[in-house]
Write a protein that binds this ligand. Structure first.
Ligand code: BDP
Length: 694
């Protein structure tokens, strides 16, 4: 009897903490309160704005909210003015963004004053690395939401449309207004009739939410699908083929955004195949797009077969072309000079290309930060990057200002993030990976917003429970909740990226992953015959004398530091002034080099690796204490992923330190956790996983 009673209580309690699969993201509002929306105009977008208010309003019951489209010089682009009961904007998308802002403030309990909010970047774009067969390159959250294989590959179903609409709504709620629907390693088939029909169907769903559609294109498409012998950008037939293709696209999708191009990089075709330059290639496409207002986003992620330091190559290839690009070409540059590492200095191209529009490319998907297994809140990484001072136009020339149009005159301003979205019920795999999608949108809208605020908002919206009271609901973010859930979980998020840097590659180490999976440690990984700059030993340069990549102007250095503007060039070139976070990025230093802490470099490395592991263990404790504030499904999911992260962090620490110890020949400091694994075991385990290349 007693057991049954317990069971009944258990079931009731479990039901009351209702399950959430995370599909609603940060848009969990329900229990609407009546609100009277006043808007004289009507359009599909304004209808959406009205519906959102009716779905999510938490203010006084029966209150009137007016939506007013009226030109105002203080409001730029799709910006808006909000007050408690009105939203004003120049455009209907501005109204929609204002509505989402109003609702967000109500949910999080933030006050609403009369204020204007303008976007930092005009184009805030997600790049989907989705292949037409439905797989997602560097995707860790299931198959593509846009493409699939099989006999119904081209059928647009109701389920597809609902998903695309949910996707569009989530993007609009954080200000994202563009989607590149396919992988930068593009298939030529994207430009075929049946593919374009599907693109049109997607664009039709995204449009009312203010999202333009863009496509990645393969440079050799004219030869591959156009029946032309060449794809030489200066060949008139080729140029005409692109013009006609662009015309077809605009007849289907009148607000089409433009093309994203990866050319002459990692085996992709490009203008250099025909002895032409990036500018020749980009301008030819730009000319085809410009009559319709389309843009070309031309990627600077290139590295040739030369022996030049990989970190220097994009700059070497693109700087000589500065000023040669059309005004509707934007050079899309990854945040760092190598490749989305847990930490890199900013790419020296930012601010350096003064007569060419440049846009940042961030990576939301965690290719190098633990996939969807590790908890990594990326806003601190992006904040660090956007606020980096390039000094290109004197102090204060931050990357953000060099790209948002406030320093250099430019027709367009844009920012892109490589998406972490897939068919997983919660879209992103790890429940906390949703925070990175959210953070990208918030930073693209307002590049000076602090990570802490983003985390705060996201936690409240994603885990907060709101109730309705008689006077209209206020969010139920009680003191207890704030103290015991919000605060520790926020701290965990804010510390998470640095923890990864510490247990994977602290002090400026980079790209020491095993193989191409970019997940586990592999400082030893150097298969015979592989390009050197694809292997970790190239990047860490460990030997008995020391560790690190010499990028100083010294005779043994690559002078990568020389690509930066003064004072950075000097600051980075001197180990005593170089920030320790970038020390081994710019310097090869002896194992007993004295760090600012007074410790040797070797001891300092050990302390960082160990510190990273300890932090993840701390995250596990924080999360376990959060149990009573989170629904069962998401709680267990995060708990399990943290355990896997903890194990992987330990592998990283032991693998890297035991491997480097062969060169340093120094003991581990005493106040440091002893290794749990031995090196042979870890190498063998890794070899079994990635194949025997040794
Ligand atoms: C690297 C990825 C690869 C991408 C490439 C790119 O490993 O999958 O295709 O970048 O950005 O980070 O083009």
């Amino acid at each position: 009897m007693k057991i049954i009673a317990y069971l009944v209580i258990f079931v009731l309690v479990s039901i009351s903490v209702y399950a959430e699969d995370g599909h609603n993201l940060w848009l969990r509002y329900s229990n609407p309160i009546s609100v009277n929306v006043v808007c004289v105009k009507s359009s599909p977008t304004l209808t959406l704005a009205r519906q959102e208010l009716q779905m999510g309003w938490k203010g006084e019951p029966g209150a009137s909210v007016s939506l007013v489209i009226k030109a105002d010089k203080a409001i730029r682009g799709d910006g808006y003015r909000i007050s408690k009961n009105a939203i004003q904007a120049n455009t209907e998308f501005g109204i929609l963004y204002g509505v989402f802002e109003l609702l967000r403030r109500q949910q999080t309990g933030e006050g609403i004053q009369d204020e204007i909010s303008n976007p930092s970047y005009d184009r805030r774009i997600l790049n989907h690395w989705d292949n037409l067969n439905g797989s997602v390159e560097r995707g860790y959250a299931g198959q593509s939401i846009f493409w699939r294989e099989g006999k119904d590959a081209w059928t647009v179903t109701e389920t597809d449309k609902i998903l695309w609409q949910e996707y569009a709504r989530a993007n609009a709620s954080i200000g994202i207004n563009g989607s590149v629907l396919n992988n930068v390693n593009a298939s030529q088939l994207i430009l075929t009739k049946e593919c374009l029909q599907r693109v049109k169907a997607i664009a039709d769903v995204l449009r009312p939410y203010g999202i333009r559609t863009y496509l990645s294109v393969k440079f050799s498409s004219p030869a591959l699908i156009g029946g032309i012998k060449t794809s030489d950008p200066l060949n008139p037939e080729v140029a005409k083929w692109w013009k006609d293709k662009v015309k077809d696209i605009y007849s289907l999708i009148p607000d089409f955004g433009g093309f994203l191009v990866k050319a002459n990089s990692e085996g992709q075709p490009g203008p250099q195949d025909f002895g032409r330059t990036h500018a020749d290639g980009a301008n030819m496409l730009a000319d085809a797009l410009s009559p319709y207002g389309g843009i070309v986003m031309w990627r600077a992620f290139v590295y040739s077969t030369s022996n030049e330091d990989r970190a220097k190559q994009a700059y070497l290839e693109f700087m000589p072309l500065d000023g040669q690009f059309r005004d509707n070409v934007i050079i899309q540059v990854k945040n760092g000079p190598v490749d989305f590492q847990p930490r890199e200095p900013f790419s020296p191209l930012f601010g350096a290309m003064k007569e060419t529009t440049v846009m940042p490319e961030l990576q939301i998907t965690q290719e190098y930060l633990g996939h969807s297994i590790h908890l990594a809140f990326l806003a601190p990484l992006w904040e660090e990057f956007l606020q980096s001072d390039t000094y290109q136009k004197g102090p204060g020339s931050t990357v953000a200002h060099c790209t948002d149009g406030s320093i250099f005159p430019q027709k367009y301003s844009a920012i892109a993030g490589v998406s972490n979205i897939g068919l997983d019920a919660n879209w992103c795999g790890h429940p906390f990976a949703q925070a990175n999608w959210y953070a990208f949108g918030r930073l693209a809208w307002n590049s000076s917003i602090r990570s802490e605020l983003i985390a705060d908002e996201w936690i409240k919206l994603t885990f907060g429970r709101t109730t309705t009271n008689a006077n209209g609901a206020t969010s139920d973010l009680s003191i207890d909740w704030n103290l015991n859930f919000l605060s520790p979980v926020k701290q965990m998020m804010l510390d998470s990226r640095e923890a990864i840097v510490d247990y994977m590659m602290p002090l400026g180490l980079h790209h020491i992953f095993s193989a191409n999976g970019h997940y586990g440690p592999g400082p030893w990984w150097a298969p015979k015959g592989m390009r050197k700059d694809w292997t970790p030993p190239y990047f860490h340069q460990s030997d008995t004398l020391g560790i690190g990549f010499d990028r100083t102007p010294s005779t043994r250095g690559s002078n990568g530091a020389g690509q930066y503007q003064e004072p950075l060039r000097s600051v980075f070139s001197d180990p005593s002034t170089c920030p320790e976070a970038y020390l081994l990025w710019f310097h090869h230093l002896p194992w007993d080099y004295r760090m600012k802490s007074g410790r040797t470099l070797w001891d300092e490395l050990c302390i960082h690796y160990d510190g990273g592991v300890q932090k993840v263990r701390q995250f596990q404790k924080i999360w376990d204490q959060a149990e009573r504030y989170v629904d069962r499904d998401r709680f267990v999911d995060v708990q399990k992923r943290l355990r896997d992260q903890s194990l992987n962090a330990l592998e990283w620490k032991d693998a890297c330190l035991l491997y480097f110890q062969q060169f340093s020949r120094k003991p581990f400091p005493y106040n440091f956790e002893r290794p749990m694994y031995n090196l042979d075991y870890l190498i063998e385990k890794d070899t079994k996983r990635v194949g025997n290349y040794h």
